[in-house]
Design a binder for this molecule. Structure first.
Ligand SMILES: O=c1ccn([C@@H]2O[C@H](COP(=O)(O)O)[C@@H](O)[C@H]2O)c(=O)[nH]1
Length: 232
């Protein structure tokens, strides 16, 4: 068993009972859990507390993006919930990210890791011009990641395709959380900038966010076990 599991299973279920039945089969030493917008909107903070009480590290993936005061209060509320990681959008800017980091300072070593979303892994480079951006995806992600680092954040959400560049430019300690992970041959769904679990870790990903390839697999436990084995 691992002491610092790299796989964060994305719990994107429409039913709380189905999610809890799935979680009951998991071991906190084999994976961490991610709760996103669907489950938090449906089942709220009590659902998150329950996962934490079952011994899981929880990444609360609500991608806060608002004025600095609102985001600061939201990340502090996440810290009160006892989550392990929380995130904001880097495109909210440095004032917003600094306010979030300052709001977590009083929690000391109990503070959740604070990370910033750079460019969604569902987006392809060809979508940047419609946002008024002339950079390619590596340049865009690097720019936002540098801003997040300068704002005092612990790391970023990016695609594993940008991981080696970010590690080289921003150093080993700046943590990279990478969704868009697909075992070889798996359905991509709406993900565009993808890599396999093994490639992602080799490229420098610290944590791999994996949802449907595990939760919708015929045998989710066997799939998780195979992914963990591929990383060993
Ligand atoms: O850039 C991002 C940011 C967040 N996500 C979230 O990760 C999971 C991925 O699920 P899969 O089923 O493995 O595609 C999902 O909860 C997203 O909201 C992301 O995919 N990309």
């Amino acid at each position: 068993m691992q002491t610092d599991p790299k796989v964060l299973v994305a719990l994107d279920f429409a039913s709380e009972a189905d999610a809890l039945a799935f979680v009951d089969q998991l071991d906190p030493s084999a994976c961490r859990l991610k709760v996103g917008k669907e489950m938090f909107t449906l089942f709220g903070p009590q659902f998150v507390r329950q996962l934490a009480q079952q011994g899981f590290d929880v990444f609360l993936d609500l991608k806060f993006h608002d004025i600095p005061n609102t985001v600061a209060r939201a990340v502090a509320a996440a810290a009160e919930l006892g989550v392990w990681m929380v995130n904001v959008h880097a495109s909210g800017g440095s004032k917003m990210m600094k306010a979030a980091a300052e709001a977590l300072a009083p929690y000391g070593d109990k503070a959740p890791k604070l990370i910033a979303v750079t460019m969604l892994t569902s987006m392809g480079e060809e979508e940047l011009p419609e946002l008024g951006l002339s950079a390619n995806s590596q340049e865009h992600v690097l720019r936002l990641a540098k801003l997040a680092q300068a704002s005092g954040l612990d790391g970023v959400v990016c695609s594993a395709q940008e991981a080696s560049l970010l590690k080289a430019e921003l150093g080993k300690a700046f943590e990279l959380v990478t969704p868009g992970i697909r075992p070889a041959g798996a359905d991509l769904g709406d993900q565009r900038r993808v890599m396999t679990p093994k490639q992602a870790v080799e490229a420098g990903s610290d944590y791999l966010v994996i949802g449907r390839p595990i939760t919708r697999s015929d045998d989710p436990l066997a799939t998780l076990k195979a992914i963990n084995a591929s990383l060993a």
